[in-house]
Design a protein around this ligand. Structure first.
Ligand code: DP6
Length: 404
């Protein structure tokens, strides 16, 4: 949809806005493209927004700029990353009939290109900010369709909680929320098994898988059954059904990646040991499951009463662990210098300052955690500090989660 932004509406005044969006992780994964140019997914996907991983983007359009400039944590981004953002801004400029270039400044606590959905948070926050800066007036569904052009998983970050991106026919594809996070509150431990940029990008990996993995056709044909199961599990707060579906779907996606030519291997030794530990907990009836996107980092989802048991077990890995939960509502923070969100007036979301100290400043070996990255123990609600055996975490997890 093209909405003309006339000179009288904009004059020669710069347009600026700031927005925050969160990462989301695939519970039923997007892996494969139906249209490379329009970035349309070949399969539907379902994700969970991640409260503790976020990107804040400020955009400033001005007739004074000769080209787009992208700054990551105040450092000039690579030419490749700037070109990707520029291509995305071309879509915004064409919708708004606006010729101006922009400065884009991002701050994030997400390790870049490490399988923790940094591009999802980046393009969702950019779409939200750009829409407001030039006054496009897109609704959340239209914004999600716009964000998808930057990175398809970004379409899901326009909503918090549990979100589905269908593989619709046609040249549009919008995400929709299945349920807010508080419908089915789950905790998440991010096991940072490898936070360096991955060797094979998701885009490249998908293209290679489609062209070479003998399992790609069966991956695509089984996806709608996985989507149905996961959607129902979320609606019914059925932990075990969601756990079984998400783990199986994740392993299928990685089986497709691994059987591509040349092979694409995202998990490392820490990831695999982490998976073993989660599976051993599940065998004991603990309400926990794992997933990993296109990177080595493992996301471990669990019910709050199992927290001590899960963290104690993951401690064996000697990897940094960040505790967070399903959530991740995006927010528009300011437009033209004027705060727009009641909670965003200070430009920082809940926990934003603390989390920034954790992830975004880390360098080098992720197995050497910086201060503040070891398991944290946020104040638990309702005295939920008991261990699994004390409060029934082990053995009766499905019921317990359903009761919450
Ligand atoms: C493995 O959304 O990063 O994380 O559209 O090419 O930018 P592009 O890919 P991207 O792919 C994410 C794939 C995944 C699974 C998922 O998030 O569902």
């Amino acid at each position: 949809m093209s909405r003309a932004v006339t000179p009288s509406r904009h004059g020669d005044r710069p347009g600026s806005a700031t927005a925050r969006a969160h990462a989301n992780l695939g519970l039923v994964k997007y892996w494969g493209k139906r249209d490379l140019e329009l970035n349309l997914p070949a399969v539907g996907s379902i994700s969970a927004g991640i409260e503790g991983l976020w990107t804040r983007t400020q955009i400033y359009f001005s007739p004074r700029y000769e080209r787009d400039l992208l700054l990551w944590d105040q450092q000039k981004a690579s030419d490749q990353a700037t070109a990707r953002v520029s291509r995305f801004l071309d879509l915004v400029r064409s919708k708004a009939s606006l010729p101006w270039h922009a400065q884009v400044r991002t701050t994030s606590n997400i390790p870049r290109e490490a399988g923790l959905a940094s591009s999802a948070a980046a393009f969702a926050s950019l779409a939200l900010a750009a829409n407001a800066a030039v006054g496009l007036g897109l609704d959340p569904g239209e914004l999600s369709d716009l964000a998808r052009r930057g990175s398809a998983s970004a379409a899901r970050s326009l909503f918090g909680g549990y979100v589905e991106l269908p593989a619709d026919e046609g040249d549009r594809c919008q995400a929709r929320r299945i349920a807010p996070a508080d419908h089915f509150p789950l905790e998440v431990a991010l096991v940072l098994a490898g936070t360096q940029p991955k060797a094979v990008s998701s885009r490249e990996g998908m293209i290679r898988s489609q062209g070479t993995s003998p399992f790609y056709p069966s991956w695509v044909s089984a996806q709608s059954a996985d989507l149905d199961r996961a959607r129902q599990a979320i609606m019914q707060r059925d932990f075990d059904r969601l756990a079984e579906t998400a783990q199986h779907n994740c392993l299928k996606m990685h089986a497709v990646a691994m059987t591509s030519r040349p092979p694409i291997l995202y998990p490392n030794a820490f990831t695999l040991r982490g998976i073993e530990l989660v599976l051993s907990l599940r065998q004991k009836g603990v309400a926990v499951f794992f997933t990993l996107d296109a990177g080595a980092n493992l996301a471990v989802f669990f019910a709050l009463p199992c927290r001590d048991l899960v963290i104690g077990t993951l401690d064996e890995l000697d990897c940094p662990v960040q505790l967070t939960r399903v959530g991740g509502e995006p927010a528009l923070l300011e437009v033209g210098g004027v705060p727009v969100s009641p909670t965003g007036s200070g430009q920082k979301g809940p926990g934003e300052a603390e989390q920034q100290n954790g992830l975004s400043k880390r360098e080098g070996d992720p197995r050497q955690p910086p201060e503040g990255l070891r398991p944290t123990t946020p104040d638990p609600p309702d005295g939920a500090t008991k261990t699994g055996s004390e409060d029934g975490c082990a053995g009766e997890t499905g019921d317990r989660t359903r009761k919450r």
